[in-house]
Design a binder for this molecule. Sequence first.
Ligand code: NAG
Ligand code: NAG
Ligand code: NAG
Ligand code: NAG
Ligand code: NAG
Ligand code: NAG
Length: 779
Amino acid sequence: MRLISDCVFLMDRKMASHIVGYPRMGPKRELKFALESFWDGKSAAEDLKKVSADLRSSIWKQMSDAGIKYIPSNTFSYYDQMLDTTAMLGAVPSRYNWTGGEIEFSTYFSMARGNASVPAMEMTKWFDTNYHFIVPELGPDVNFSYASHKAVDEYKEAKALGVDTVPVLVGPVSYLLLSKPAKGVEKSFPLLSLLDKILPIYKEVIAELKAAGASFIQFDEPTLVLDLEAQKLEAFTKAYADLESSLSGLNVLVQTYFADVPAEAFKTLTALKGVTGFGFDLVRGTKTLDLIKSSFPSGKYLFAGVVDGRNIWANDLAASLALLQSLEGVVGKDKLVVSTSCSLLHTAVDLINETKLDDEIKSWLAFAAQKVVEVNALAKALSGAKDEAFFSANAAAQASRKSSPRVTNEAVQKASAALQGSDHRRATNVSARLDAQQKKLNLPILPTTTIGSFPQTVELRRVRREYKAKKISEEEYVAAITEEIKKVVELQEDLDIDVLVHGEPERNDMVEYFGEQLSGFAFTANGWVQSYGSRCVKPPIIYGDVSRPKAMTVFWSSKAQSMTKRPMKGMLTGPVTILNWSFVRNDQPRFETCYQIALAIKDEVEDLEKAGITVIQIDEAALREGLPLRKSEHAFYLNWAVHSFRITNVGIQDTTQIHTHMCYSNFNDIIHSIIDMDADVITIENSRSDEKLLSVFREGVKYGAGIGPGVYDIHSPRIPSAEEIADRVNKMLAVLDTNILWVNPDCGLKTRKYTEVKPALQNMVSAAKAIRTQLASAK
Ligand SMILES: *[C@@H]1O[C@H](CO)[C@@H](O)[C@H](O)[C@H]1NC(C)=O
Ligand SMILES: *[C@@H]1O[C@H](CO)[C@@H](O)[C@H](O)[C@H]1NC(C)=O
Ligand SMILES: *[C@@H]1O[C@H](CO)[C@@H](O)[C@H](O)[C@H]1NC(C)=O
Ligand SMILES: *[C@@H]1O[C@H](CO)[C@@H](O)[C@H](O)[C@H]1NC(C)=O
Ligand SMILES: *[C@@H]1O[C@H](CO)[C@@H](O)[C@H](O)[C@H]1NC(C)=O
Ligand SMILES: *[C@@H]1O[C@H](CO)[C@@H](O)[C@H](O)[C@H]1NC(C)=O
């Protein structure tokens, strides 16, 4: 008897709650280690499958225990959900020699990672997240077939564990819109014309899911938040009309995320045939709220994504509940489902065993596991069973975050508020500054330099680790790092490089190094987020107003400068990059946090100048990466991002030379913003896409500052010859003035070996010298 009543109670507890998707890696990155061990041949496929099944089962159990009604399945992946869809459709590019049948690990992982005999498929960013997906390669000759039963298998697997799940599929239209024409297929090939070929496979999958007992199914169609033209929107109408009869008898959710859904797309979406529920990101998509209030179709389910899947902050439950109650008035009590704004894949996994954060900061946070509990608490509250204790604890945490002196620093708030709406530029223009700098630096034409880091040896990592763990003393640490810098300086002098770097042996990471020394940052032990495949990143958390208690780099930079007469670059990470590679506050606009970081970096720049450093590089690797999804928001972003960069160096003398470095070359569309950064010298990744970068100058854009397009690719172990490098430089000279061109590699040398770095730099310097001689004799 007891059992039965418990059961009934359990069912009643399942309020209308839904999770869009869940992280796969596990709380301790179990999947990462299982994958890498399998790839290294150290464990069997069965071991990998076992770890994965255990992770899935614990996730389902966790959501079920929390009381979630609509629990997703098929959001697990051995690598990526787009690649899983490619496998489901049998769309394996021919170079993998797949001959049909269910797709096995060997084919799947060769598509994902390549191997000694075949390259991987291309990977690109998943919308504006830091997750990367494997881009499908399609064309008229692809032989689609139902070749991976993963969605059905995972549904059955959960069911066998007693959990009835909502299987999640990447929707057919988003799948095609995110594909690219395969090699050899015309660039203009209409990918959407393949709908007719893939829908029959979707129908097979749907039929099998139905047969297995599924009653609810979710299609992720995130492309609906993009700026889509009418013909692309029509594809949604067509696809779901075609699927309608297969979907009959099922509840069907079409899920969007990452931004608001534009009005036209909203109209198309809510009119789709066969669809009974619509999911929206109500954290980033606040404009969607107006559309819902004015024109949400009656009788349909609204999946309201109020718990943010993109950050690590605890939800403001009282505010969310008020919003949900207002939506209840719009769509009806029994049609409202509480959900996450997107898959929780984009946040950290579980706060429970986090060891590096103190209790106060922890009380402000929620990782994926905690967000699941928040969703359920909101759903329960809506249904009248509000957990008062949980809500008041949450309210207390929200209040403590608002009033904590660790969050607010009035001086910083004032200083950053004063920056808004005004312009900050160095008083003298760049050509006059370059003249002043040249008088002081006296560099040859085509000056040579490197980007910053030198090879990081096992020994160096050991020294840093032991110092952190207090196993070696500060004196021992300083001696070891000093020794390393000396080596790097001597090497560069031997190579006859003109502007030197200290090699950054003291740094683990270009953001963490600064975050650890700034106020307002916290670091986790296990706050990992999947970036691609088994790769995870652990972004710092910016929780408070940012300031710089003391100089961060002056000690090492001046030590390095004292070892040489040549200019030694001070090396800093720029505000936009620090911002973009962190979890950012949600209680003030992004630009405000960025201005605060800019002010901290400005202090550092000025201290470096005072210490006699004449060349300072401020890297903005992420400037372009940070562009918002929607074009309409680009100008606003670029404006404050570029302004933040200028703030860092507005106060220095003309004779101090500011460099910046960018890790991409495809910046033709934002070239005017790059110029507006007003750096004295910019070094850019270039060698992997030569023509792209130079074409912008060929098309007549005037660039007066110094520029160093990378002359060789450091991502490859290959050593370029001097002739090859000279060729590249000559190509650049055809479009850029001799007196602004710099000669440097593409990127930092951290990941390379000295046996590769030495000859490559040697060839780079001799190429520069040969061209100098050539130019001198041509005069
Ligand atoms: C590389 O991948 C292909 C395609 O999956 C496979 O046939 C081949 O055996 C793999 N080669 C190696 C060395 O793993
Ligand atoms: C595919 O088959 C061709 C012809 O047998 C072979 O040359 C090639 O190496 C194979 N590719 C892979 C990735 O195994
Ligand atoms: C930086 O921000 C952009 C846009 O939001 C995003 O696409 C990118 O992945 C971010 N980078 C990191 C490392 O989070
Ligand atoms: C599709 O099948 C045909 C006939 O078997 C074959 O010629 C073609 O190469 C296949 N296409 C791809 C992309 O594998
Ligand atoms: C947290 O730590 C406890 C005690 O070591 C352990 O039993 C539990 O499984 C851990 N939870 C997670 C999610 O890692
Ligand atoms: C830059 O400033 C110098 C000195 O003030 C001036 O002579 C020159 O015309 C300016 N150049 C440009 C491009 O504005």
